[in-house]
Design a protein around this ligand. Structure first.
Ligand code: AMP
Ligand code: TRP
Length: 346
């Protein structure tokens, strides 16, 4: 984390156990960035409360996600991992940024429109969600933000908010750039929509081999391939796409040709995938077991992360307050002059 490294910031919601979509689409990318940048990663529990959540389950979800992230390879010696609500400055900066955020920009956000259309009562938190996200990034003067394509609109708004604030009060916030890594959009097991917890079409990142096999056995392959003797088309098969992430080149080629010539059936193809997936994810599972057996260590890591973040965040926030004419700790010159004048006149 040297001074000349650019700062990366990203966040992930503790809304359930990490799945392969999260891993291949985001987490794996986060791990790679650690070599090159000063990376700060945040478990965004304050964002999670804008949707359905159970207070009793939240601590567990935060812990499980921290375990998944650490087990997937985020090395706490080389990056910073923390929980959003441990750093109160996020909510404070959000309030400040609200003052330069046009309401119209918030109501036209695709995610807000989608989510609010699906809910009967819409909380103001859902509307302000992207302002909190902007605060997350800007508090640390994040320059690069690894996100999926669905977050590009929020990032554009963050840039707009930074521009407006800087224009009005002074240059404090750099305009962050998105980092779209790999572009992996992992489909769910039904092969139609994005893999996502809410759709129940996931494989857990920490699934044991048996569970992987079980989940894959229900996965949809080339829909046109009905009988074993039908040749298949790997290009439209989601199981083949997953081979691309977990099997070596030789296996992929073999499976591809044998599928096209009806020499291998979907069951055998899935078996091969299950084996490779189970094997590739083994080190992650093993690290996760060690971490789960040592929860104090996990909380120590999160606390150390929060400590570093509070330091950076309070500095940025102090600068922002100062430029906005807020939180003066000493008697302002004008007040002092008046007081002096009043004193000498009497
Ligand atoms: P979420 O669980 O939706 O908050 O997503 C956390 C991170 O995982 C975000 O960066 C998403 O872009 C990424 N992600 C979630 N589901 C998928 C998926 N099916 N394919 C690729 N990336 C995903
Ligand atoms: N909204 C992001 C998502 O749903 C999560 C997030 C919150 C985030 N704060 C962030 C991502 C800051 C990047 C930077 O995936």
């Amino acid at each position: 984390m040297s001074d000349d490294q650019k700062r990366v910031f990203s966040g992930i919601q503790p809304s359930g156990e990490a799945h392969l979509g999260n891993y291949l689409g985001a987490i794996r990318n986060w791990v790679e960035l650690v070599d090159e940048y000063d990376c700060i990663y945040c478990i965004v529990d304050l964002h999670a409360i804008t949707g359905d959540f159970e207070p009793d389950e939240m601590p567990r979800q935060v812990f499980d996600l921290a375990v998944s992230l650490l087990a997937a390879g985020l090395d706490p010696e080389r990056c910073t991992l923390f929980v959003q609500s441990d750093v109160p400055e996020h909510a404070e900066l959000m309030w400040i940024l609200n003052s330069v955020t046009p309401l119209g920009d918030l109501t036209r956000m695709t995610q807000f429109k989608d989510k609010s259309a699906r809910q009967e009562s819409v909380g103001a938190g859902l509307l302000n969600y992207p302002v909190l996200q902007a605060a997350d990034i800007l508090l640390y003067r994040g320059e690069l933000v690894p996100v999926g394509e669905d977050q590009l609109q929020h990032l554009e708004l963050t840039r707009e908010i930074a521009r407006r604030w800087n224009h009005r009060f002074g240059e404090v916030f750099p305009e962050p750039e998105p980092l779209i890594g790999g572009g992996a959009r992992i489909l769910g097991l039904e092969g139609v929509s994005k893999m996502s917890k809410s759709r129940g079409n996931t494989i857990r990142l920490l699934a044991e081999p048996e569970e992987i096999r079980d989940r894959l056995s229900a996965a949809v392959t080339d829909p046109a391939r009905v009988r074993l003797s039908d040749p298949g088309n790997p290009n439209v098969c989601n199981v083949f796409a997953l081979h691309g992430h977990f099997s070596d080149g030789e296996t992929r080629e073999e499976v591809e040709v044998r599928c096209q010539t009806a020499d291998i059936g979907c069951v055998a193809c899935k078996e091969r995938l299950a084996e490779n997936m189970g094997e590739q994810l083994r080190p992650i599972r093993e690290r996760a077991k060690e971490l789960k057996a040592n929860p104090d260590r996990v909380y120590q890591i999160l606390e150390a992360g929060a400590e570093r973040c509070r330091e950076i965040a309070s500095e940025t926030l102090e600068e922002a307050y100062e430029l906005m004419g807020l939180r003066r700790r000493h008697v302002p010159d004008a007040v002092r002059a008046d007081a002096d004048g009043a004193g000498s006149g009497s």
